[in-house]
Design a protein around this ligand. Sequence first.
Ligand SMILES: *[C@@H]1O[C@H](CO)[C@@H](O)[C@H](O)[C@H]1NC(C)=O
Ligand SMILES: *[C@@H]1O[C@H](CO)[C@@H](O)[C@H](O)[C@H]1NC(C)=O
Length: 365
Amino acid sequence: MREFAGVQSRSAPRIYLPFILLLLMFTPRVDSSWWYIGALGARVICDNIPGLVNKQRQLCQRHPDLMQSIGEGAKEWIRECQHQFRHHRWNCSTLERDHTVFGRVMLRSSREAAFVYAISSAGVVYAITRECSQGELKICGCDTNRRGRTSDEEGDFDWGGCSDNINYGIKFAKAFVDARERMVKDARALMNLHNNRCGRMAVKRFMKTECKCHGVSGSCALRTCWLAMSDFRRTGDYLRKKYNTAVEVTMNQDGSGFMVADRDYKRTTKNDLVYTENSPDYCLMDRLAGSLGTAGRVCNKSSRGMDGCEVMCCGRGYDTTRVNRVSKCECKFKWCCAVECRDCEETVDVHTCKPHKKPDWLDLT
Ligand SMILES: *[C@@H]1O[C@H](CO)[C@@H](O)[C@H](O)[C@H]1NC(C)=O
Ligand SMILES: *[C@@H]1O[C@H](CO)[C@@H](O)[C@H](O)[C@H]1NC(C)=O
């Protein structure tokens, strides 16, 4: 038995080595990206961040404090991406200690890549703008252009307080995030630039006015208002809708822009996410494509949507396990001011996708 194993392992490299070399030669290098800043935490040392292009490195050196917020922001938008895709076969999972963050999936100019570029760029706008408002940065502060008296549907008000300086956030995000794509001129770069812009604009779309009333006992005779960003969830939800309606494009002849693949499509794609390659189905584990497959993923037996077992498991079927869960129940409000609950145990069925069954001719046992 031992000897047999030994023979196998000695002959294996000879057979596979040329194959592996070929594979290495013909598979494109996976680029690392500024996305990795999020994994570095407080240790932002510009020279050591893999994946920054020169321009980004310069910005990093000049604004180490902004890099800190971009890093914090990266954790946030990655979490938002995972929330938006929690019911999908591709669920925005990241690879531990991997400079590419999302792995080889992002090598394809797919819808998923479109979404990730958009939300990452939105995340930078959000993080920088918020940091500016907190007043800790030398380079930016509140939006001082909003001064004086103006009015809305509820009457007159004075600009005051701290308006979020979204324009600064957008400006910086554009300089930093777009830097890599500005160095090349191909379909991929054009696509990324377009989707980056969509992301930046998405944050701006959800700016809202917040006001405070002054005057005798809340009479609101005087109002002070400022512009504030909405919760990042709004941006996430919006971009997720844009993902659903993303438009397939091809580069035009002179390489200066896109044409929509579908000739009947008449609208402008200005506010749409665009992609140039179809997505894999993400059903099976495929290292080359960076797909993790859906084996072991939890699915919902009664759902007909993406999270339904039929779709999630790609027709392979699912396993069911009974698990006991403890949850809060019979909660009562107790005067004053607490909520008391009991711990209830319930038994639920959890369904998980079966792994891919190897075809019979591969099954050697
Ligand atoms: C995402 O998918 C991967 C692979 O299918 C799985 O290991 C991981 O647990 C999933 N993450 C979430 C949050 O469901
Ligand atoms: C499963 O899907 C059904 C139908 O869409 C939904 O009502 C239910 O809340 C889902 N269950 C879970 C645990 O998400």
